[in-house]
Write a protein of this length. Structure first.
Length: 207
């Protein structure tokens, strides 16, 4: 199962995400002035690929489809989502999401909600797709701004296809970012140290 997209699993997980995550309170009208748009990672700030350079797509409005396996908008207020997708010439991809909440308290709750979804992602994948075995790992917290956490999710289908993804959630004030890196392989192929550096950069660039 590719962590990039699998329609049947994502449909099941969207329902599971609502059940698993805390439903957040909608932002109050006029609670805070509109913040400046957060800055995004550049291609050179992603974990280096051994044989292909990264290409960065444009920054777009909306929630990225590529995050749908582990993270969704179910149970979350209608914030203004922005994202940027990245790719290499081989089967490696990445995406960054940013969300500006109306208050720092709401951003803190949102970051916890996303981290909870990632933490429980492997279990929900197996529940939604009986032919998939999934495992999650916690790679710990990062001391950047209001904090960040890195996790990994590995999946293997009954046909033998394996995928590995690293995901992180970080926050700076009212702004939350989610970063995902994914490719074919297993935990041994995951550039954890480099991805932690990428996450730290992503959070530092929010403002």
């Amino acid at each position: 199962m590719s962590l990039r997209i699998r329609t049947s699993a994502c449909t099941a997980l969207a329902v599971a995400a609502l059940a698993a995550g805390t439903v957040l309170t909608a932002p109050a009208a006029g609670a805070a002035p509109k913040a400046a748009a957060p800055k995004f990672l550049s291609a050179s700030q992603l974990p280096p690929h051994p044989s292909s350079s990264w290409t960065a797509g444009p920054v777009k409005d909306g929630f990225p489809e590529g995050l749908g396996t582990c993270v969704s908008t179910e149970g979350v207020p209608s914030y203004d989502y922005r994202h940027r997708e990245f790719r290499t010439d081989l089967d490696t991809n990445a995406v960054q999401l940013t969300v500006v909440a109306d208050t720092a308290a709401h951003a803190k709750a949102l970051a916890k909600h996303y981290d909870d979804l990632i933490r429980t992602c492997a279990d929900r994948i197996e529940q939604g797709s009986p032919d998939i075995e999934a495992e999650g790992r916690d790679y710990g917290k990062l001391p950047v701004e209001e904090g960040a956490r890195v996790r990994g999710v590995h999946t293997e289908s009954s046909g033998g296809a394996t995928d590995i993804a690293l995901l992180s959630v970080g926050r700076d004030g009212r702004t939350v970012t989610v970063v995902q890196w994914a490719q074919l392989g297993d935990f041994g192929d995951a550039p954890v140290s480099a991805f932690k550096k990428t996450t730290t950069t992503a959070v530092n660039k929010l403002y």
